[in-house]
Design a protein around this ligand. Sequence first.
Ligand SMILES: Nc1ncnc2c1ncn2[C@@H]1O[C@H](COP(=O)(O)OP(=O)(O)OP(=O)(O)O)[C@@H](O)[C@H]1O
Ligand SMILES: [Mg+2]
Length: 144
Amino acid sequence: MQADWPAFFGQILPDTLHTNRTCPKAVQMEIAMKKIEAIIKPFKLDEVKEALQEVGLQGITVTEAKGFGRQKGHTELYRGAEYVVDFLPKVKIEVVCPDSLAEKAIEAIREAAQTGRIGDGKIFVYTVEQAIRIRTGESGDDAL
Ligand SMILES: Nc1ncnc2c1ncn2[C@@H]1O[C@H](COP(=O)(O)OP(=O)(O)OP(=O)(O)O)[C@@H](O)[C@H]1O
Ligand SMILES: [Mg+2]
């Protein structure tokens, strides 16, 4: 019986009990966060980083990536040369932010990363269930 108690409680309590991790609906309503993942041209990284800082975002993860889109890399230029391989160098950016900043962040990335040429990249947006700041134990958007 005891083991079922948190699950039961999570279902019937109002959404204000967002600290109860057994209550996903409440988590979504109280501490909604988005992860924005962007694949961009490497030389645009600094501009995108600055644009995100202007929006007020605190953290960012950057990974060197390789990929191709609709042209399969074939007709895309990289550093002035046409690449003969499928995979072109890209940079993957990940930022997690409160829902309230997501639209601004997406627009900032799009504006900063756009050249108008093929291969400018893509932005993917995910819902984040939880975030925890390891040093302090803060959670939700307080942890960002
Ligand atoms: N559907 C996808 N899923 C995962 N990654 C993708 C997808 N589409 C593109 N990417 C990543 O984004 C990078 C840039 O894609 P790209 O901008 O070339 O897309 P596109 O659809 O071909 O658009 P464009 O016609 O403007 O070139 C790719 O190299 C790849 O890493
Ligand atoms: Mg392409």
